[in-house]
Design a protein around this ligand. Structure first.
Ligand code: TXA
Ligand code: MG
Length: 347
């Protein structure tokens, strides 16, 4: 039986940092803001503490977690040797939205790595997260602080909706600046592989490593079960609102015509659209951002997906972003929200 907690949301300040650090040292869970999405944190060195994350999220046991650090020295908790490529990436992008996967060592517990001999590490670029990690003096295992399967939380309220009663404390850090989870790159093989696209792009990574990097097939295609799953998280249905989402790859005119046609026949439908398109749509329209501002689309996508559920929408049509740069990460998350359903109206 798991405990029932009266979940508090506290504003970040010195005393909140101390309260959070003490809870974490005692093996409790704390939801913390990062620049990507909110994380559900626990002491990464304790099997018992990390198991509570899996219970609170209802997360499959074979899906490993990212360990968060606040200094390069803290890598010693997690691995015996830091590969040259990891040091280069850390120097270029940390603190920031990039997770590296390296050989596991140090004292990281088995539950964090889901039994694998590798470990995922990142240094988040958020002052509140960095303060809490430093005050605890521990690497913190932290997946996104949502219930497994639902969209990642980008505000403290999103976390509260999913975790109320399941955890003691949420630290409020306002809306996350990036809005999508970190890019995940495996440095285990000779050629690095991006397992999850994010705000740090393939081109940026290739430039820093001065070598070619592979984008994993599972980033853009449905894994049909016959390919070895490199990142266990990729095989699960993800980021899904209750609404049935379809991505529409089309010009503004064709997107609006298509959706308006559907709206004639059905209530309870909505569009996830670009700025300006809302005036041309005859249904509930959620603006994700400007078509050409990939960072804005990234920042707002998950709250838009959550809004569909708040408004009890049954069917939603999402306008396909440009699939380049950060747009690759936006499309990757949208594809999972849509269970890979895409209608192509472009020739
Ligand atoms: O931005 C983020 O990365 C956020 C914030 C809280 O830092 N965290 C996050 O964690 O998104 P999570 O657990 O939702 O996603 C971790 C991903 C999963 O897809 C998991 O399968 C993969 O990283 N992963 C973790 N350890 C791995 C390992 N050793 N080998 C391969 N994949 C791993
Ligand atoms: Mg997650």
């Amino acid at each position: 039986m798991s405990n029932y907690y009266k979940t508090k949301i506290l504003q970040p300040c010195e005393s909140t940092t101390q309260i959070a650090a003490n809870l974490l040292k005692k093996g409790e869970l704390v939801a913390i803001p990062t620049e990507t999405v909110y994380g559900l944190a626990a002491n990464a060195l304790s099997n018992e503490a990390v198991k509570k994350i899996f219970t609170a999220k209802n997360r499959p046991q074979d899906n490993p977690l990212i360990s968060h650090i606040s200094s390069i020295e803290m890598m010693d908790f997690l691995c015996d040797e830091i590969p040259e490529s990891a040091l280069k990436l850390a120097k270029a992008f940390w603190p920031g939205p990039l997770t590296v996967i390296v050989k596991r060592g140090g004292k990281v517990c088995n539950t964090v790595c889901a039994g694998l001999n590798t470990v995922a590490v990142r240094m988040p670029n958020h002052p509140v997260a960095l303060d809490i990690i430093s005050a605890a003096g521990l690497p913190l295992a932290a997946p996104s602080a949502n219930l497994s399967g639902s969209p990642s939380p980008t505000t403290a309220n999103h976390v509260f909706n999913d975790m109320n009663g399941k955890i003691n404390l949420i630290v409020n850090g306002e809306q996350c600046e990036v809005g999508l989870e970190s890019s995940v790159i495996s440095l285990i093989d000779k050629t690095p592989i991006i397992l999850r696209p994010g705000f740090i792009t393939k081109e940026q990574i290739e430039y820093v490593l001065n070598q070619e990097v592979i984008m994993s097939d599972s980033a853009m295609c449905e894994n049909l079960g016959n390919e070895k799953v490199l990142s266990p998280g990729m095989k699960y249905r993800h980021y899904s609102p209750k609404a049935n989402v379809t991505i529409i790859n089309a010009s503004t005119q064709n997107f609006c015509d298509y959706v308006n046609n559907k709206a004639k026949a059905k209530n309870n439908i909505a569009a996830l659209c670009f700025d300006g398109e809302e005036h041309k749509l005859d249904c509930y329209a959620i603006v994700i951002g400007k078509k050409d501002d990939q960072n804005q689309l990234a920042k707002n996508l998950f709250s838009a997906l959550r809004e569909l559920d708040e408004k009890n929408i049954k069917t939603a049509y999402a306008h396909c972003p440009n699939i380049e740069g950060v747009g690759i990460a936006v499309y990757n998350r949208m594809l999972r929200a849509a269970a890979f359903k895409v209608v192509n109206l472009n020739d």
